[in-house]
Each structure stands twice: as structure tokens, then as C-alpha cells.
Design a protein around this ligand. Sequence first.
Ligand SMILES: [Zn+2]
Length: 208
Amino acid sequence: MTPPTLHPPEAQPENPSSGEQAGIHARDREFMGLALDQAETALSAGDFPVGCIIADDTGVIVSGRRSGTADGTANEIDHAEITTLRKFYGLSAGTSHPSARRKGRYVPSRLTLYTTMEPCLMCFGAILISGIGRLVWAYEDVMGGAASLSRPSLSPLYSGNPIRIIPGFRRAESLELFRRFFRNSPAGYWEDSLLAAYTLRGGRETPG
Ligand SMILES: [Zn+2]
């Protein structure tokens, strides 16, 4: 098929692993690495390879990954970010959980959510409404990504949200997982999509 003409979202700094990208915190590389581990686990299970971590300055609070795509049903709810946010909110559900006793110290605005792909509209909305203070994502979703969209025309809850966003961090490693997925996706999830074509020709780095 003819590769679609795509314009990636707003320019993202390259060489994201150098630590020179603006706004990078000391443990971002470590935490995104854990999100990439989650994505790799999803890939191994035949699922769309997205992983997610919610962390604060003291460490990882919860982790999650994409599910619901390996069996061909294309569940569009169990995205990695939603799975991870559910776990986070679940910390307060049972007092027997060790983390529940600590939940009082979790101020959403002090949390960072790491995800290996730019969040979709559903997930970005959930992140904004949750009051998460910071979002770090790896690979641009040229088909369904929402975190790079302009927000001024949206309602105040979204347009006025002070979230800080770090795009394209450890992008190449996430891109490689997507290349592997689209080269061999048994369930055919998004196999003929804009995202698949874009990914298989190397994203925005490949001319043409
Ligand atoms: Zn999503």
C-alpha cells in the first residue's frame, strides 16, 4: 500500500535518552524503562505493546499494560493508562493493601504517569481529570494520539489543566516494540492502519 502522508504531532526532541531533553527528571529514564518492560510483556502476550507506570519521587506506585487485543476482540477500554489508573484508585479500596495506608500522601499533582505511547483521547481525558501533574510518553500515536492536540477550545477542565507533558522520551525503544508488533500481529489488531504503515516505515525519521 502507499504510505499515507502524515505529519507527526508537534516537534519532539530527538535523542531522548541523552538526558538533555528539557524537563527531564532524575528518575524518568528508570521509570520509563519499567513502562517499556510492561510493554514488552504485553507484546509477549500478543497484545498491543503499551506499558504504563505511575510514580512519585519515592518510586513506582502502580504499573499496568495493554490487554484485550490479543484475542481479536479489540477491546478499546483496557488501555495501559486506564488499567494503571484503575490500580491506582484501587489502592484505597482495601485497607489490607500495604499501599492503602500510604495513599493519603498521594497528591495527584505530584505524580507522573509514564506511558510508552502517546495517550489516546480516552486516556488523556482520564489523566487530565485525575489531576496527574506530569505526563511522559514515548512514541507518538499519529493515528489516535491526543496529548499533542491543542486544548484551548476544550472545556475549562481540560484547557486549563496545568499538566506538564514530556513527549518522545525513549521513543526509539517503544517504536521498536511497535515494529515487532506490526510485523507479526496474530490477531491483526490495527494491521492495515495509518499507525501500522507509519510505524513499519520507521515513523517520521524515514523520508517519504
Ligand atoms: Zn488510550
